[in-house]
Design a protein around this ligand. Structure first.
Ligand code: GLU
Length: 477
C-alpha cells in the first residue's frame, strides 16, 4: 500500500501551532513510508474565510520547511486541491447516494428544525433530526424540487448498527449508529458540508491515513457511515491530542497568549527549533532524546507513540530547545537571522563585536534587545547593589581610581587586553577583593548583574561613555 497522508486546513486565519504540529506528523509519516503528503484547502464555509487565507497556509508551511507533494502551487493527479473548485463532484456523489436510497432530499424549514430542537431540549433528549422527509413519496419530491423549494440532501443513517474503528493512537473506538444524526451532506446553496467534502476528497485523493486533531473524533462516526454508504474502503484514523495552555489550564487558546505559528517566528523562535519541539512534545517513547533532526524524526515517527493525553505547551522547554538551535548557528548565520530583531537604536556598526558576546545566552532572537540594551541605552544603577559587599569609602576610592586608569588609556589603545591589564593591576595593587570589585564595576558600567565578560563589555561600551557612567555612579553614592 502506498501511504498517502493529508493536511486539510480551512483558510479562516493564521495557522495554529497545533495544526502546524499535526502537519509535521502527517509529513513525517508519509515520508517514513515513502509515500506522499497532500495539502488540501477546505474552503466550503465561505462565511469564515479570510481574504488571503489560502496564501497564508502555504506561506507558513513553507516558512517551517514542510513541503507537500500534491496540492495548491504544486499540482498533482488528484486535483483540484481546493474544495470550492470541486463542487460538482460533491453534488454528483450526494445524488448518487439519493438514487441508491442511502440519502434523501429534505425540505424542512429552519423554523421546523428549531421547533424540533426546542422540544427535544424540553424532553432532555439529544438533538437529532427526526427523519421527517425520509418517507416522502417520489412524486412529492419531484414536484417540490420542480417548484424550486429550498432543500438539502441528508444521509439516511441506518439504525442500531454497532460500529468499531481502530484509532492508531487510542485503540478501538465503538459507537452505535442510532446516536448519529441524519446529517446534511449537501446544503441548500449546493455547497457540501465538511463531512461530505472530507470523505469524498479523502477517498478520491487515495488518502490512506487521516491524522488530525482530536476535536474531530466525534465526527468520525459520521464519516465512517458515509464511507459505508458509498461502499468505500476505510482509511486509518489517528486523532492527535490538543496542546494545553502553558499554564496547564485548558486547550491552548488565543485568550491565553500567542497561538499562531507565525507569532512564534515573529518572537524569535527558529522554525527548526519549533519543529524539534513538536517532535518531542507528547511523544511517549522510552528514549529521552530531545534534540533531533527532521530526518531522524521521519525515520522514527509512529503514531502509536503519540501520547493519548493532551500535553502542556511547555514554553520553558521550547526556549531551551531554541537556545540549543541558536547556539548551533555560526556567527554569520546568526547575524543574518537576528537582523530583523534589532531594535531601531541598536548600534549596527558594533553588531559583529556584540553578537559573539551574547550568542550563548540567547534563547530567542528577540532576546537581543534585553541582553544588549545597556550597550546603547541609558542605564539605571541600584546604589544598594553597588555598595553591597563594601563600604562607601572603598567603593568611592575604587570608582575614582578606575576612572583615572581608564582615562589614561589612549583611544587608539582602547581594546579588551589593555583594559583588562589596567583594571587587574589596579585591583592587585590595592588588594581589592576581585569578586566585589568586578561586580561593582559591572554594575556601575551597565546597571546589570548579568552581562557578557566584563572587559569585553567595558570595551564595547566605549571609552567616553564608560567614563561618563563611572562618574555618574560616583555621584550616586
Ligand atoms: N478542515 C478541517 C480543519 O480545518 C479539517 C479536519 C480534518 O482533518 O478532517 O481542521
Amino acid at each position: 500500500m502506498k501511504v498517502r497522508t493529508r493536511m486539510a486546513p480551512s483558510p479562516t486565519g493564521e495557522m495554529h501551532v497545533g495544526s502546524l504540529s499535526i502537519s509535521l506528523k502527517n509529513y513525517a509519516f508519509a515520508k517514513r513510508h515513502g509515500g506522499q503528503f497532500i495539502l488540501r484547502i477546505e474552503d466550503t464555509d465561505k462565511t469564515r474565510e479570510i481574504e488571503n487565507g489560502v496564501e497564508l497556509i502555504q506561506d507558513i508551511l513553507k516558512k517551517y520547511g514542510i513541503t507537500w507533494d500534491e496540492g495548491p502551487g504544486v499540482g498533482g493527479d488528484h486535483g483540484p486541491y481546493i474544495q470550492s473548485q470541486r463542487l460538482d463532484m460533491y453534488k454528483k456523489y450526494a445524488e448518487q447516494l439519493v438514487s441508491e436510497k442511502k440519502a434523501y432530499y429534505c425540505f424542512c424549514t429552519t423554523e421546523r428544525l428549531e421547533k424540533l430542537r426546542d422540544s427535544q431540549r424540553e424532553q432532555k433528549i439529544p438533538p437529532k433530526y427526526d427523519s421527517h422527509c425520509k418517507s416522502l413519496s417520489a412524486d412529492e419530491i419531484k414536484q417540490r424540487i420542480e417548484s424550486n423549494e429550498p432543500h438539502v440532501i441528508r444521509l439516511a443513517v441506518p439504525q442500531n448498527r454497532e460500529i468499531t474503528f481502530t484509532d492508531l493512537i487510542r485503540g478501538d473506538i465503538s459507537f452505535n449508529s442510532s446516536t448519529v444524526d441524519d446529517q446534511v451532506l449537501l446544503k441548500s446553496d449546493g455547497y457540501p458540508t465538511y463531512h461530505m467534502a472530507v470523505v469524498v476528497d479523502d477517498h478520491l485523493m487515495d488518502i490512506t491515513h487521516i491524522m488530525r486533531g482530536e476535536e474531530w473524533i466525534s465526527s468520525t462516526p459520521k464519516h465512517i457511515l458515509l464511507y459505508q454508504a458509498f461502499g468505500w474502503e476505510l482509511p486509518q484514523f489517528a486523532h492527535i491530542p490538543v496542546y494545553l495552555n502553558p499554564d496547564g489550564q485548558g486547550k491552548m487558546s488565543k485568550r491565553k497568549g500567542h497561538v499562531s505559528a507565525q507569532s512564534f517566528l515573529d518572537r524569535g523562535y527558529l522554525p527548526e527549533a519549533m519543529l524539534n519541539f513538536f517532535m518531542i512534545l507528547g511523544w511517549a517513547r522510552e528514549d529521552e532524546i530531545e534534540i533531533m533532526t527532521l530526518d531522524e524524526y521521519v525515520k522514527a515517527f509512529d503514531p502509536k507513540d503519540v501520547s493519548q493525553k493532551s500535553v502542556v505547551f511547555d514554553i520553558k522547554k521550547l526556549n531551551w530547545i531554541n537556545g540549543v538551535y541558536i547556539r548551533k548557528l555560526t556567527v554569520e548565520q546568526l547575524l543574518e537571522k537576528i537582523t530583523p530583531f534589532l531594535p531601531n537604536d541598536f548600534p549596527t556598526q558594533k553588531l559583529s563585536i556584540i553578537l559573539p558576546l551574547i550568542h550563548e545566552r540567547l534563547e530567542t532572537l528577540a532576546d537581543i534587545e534585553q541582553l544588549t540594551s545597556f550597550f546603547y541605552r541609558d542605564i539605571s544603577v541600584d546604589t544598594q547593589l553597588l555598595l553591597k559587599k563594601s563600604s562607601v569609602t572603598e567603593v568611592k576610592q575604587q570608582l575614582e581610581a578606575t576612572l583615572s586608569v581608564l582615562q589614561a588609556i589612549e583611544p587608539k589603545n582602547w581594546n579588551v587586553a589593555t583594559i583588562e591589564i589596567a583594571v587587574r593591576e589596579l585591583a592587585e595593587k590595592n588588594n581589592w577583593k576581585p569578586g566585589q570589585y568586578f561586580m561593582m564595576l559591572r554594575l556601575a558600567a551597565t546597571g546589570s548583574k548579568a552581562t557578557p565578560p566584563l572587559f569585553d563589555t567595558l570595551y564595547v561600551v566605549g571609552k567616553e561613555l564608560m567614563l561618563q557612567r563611572l562618574a555618574a555612579a560616583l555621584k550616586l553614592i
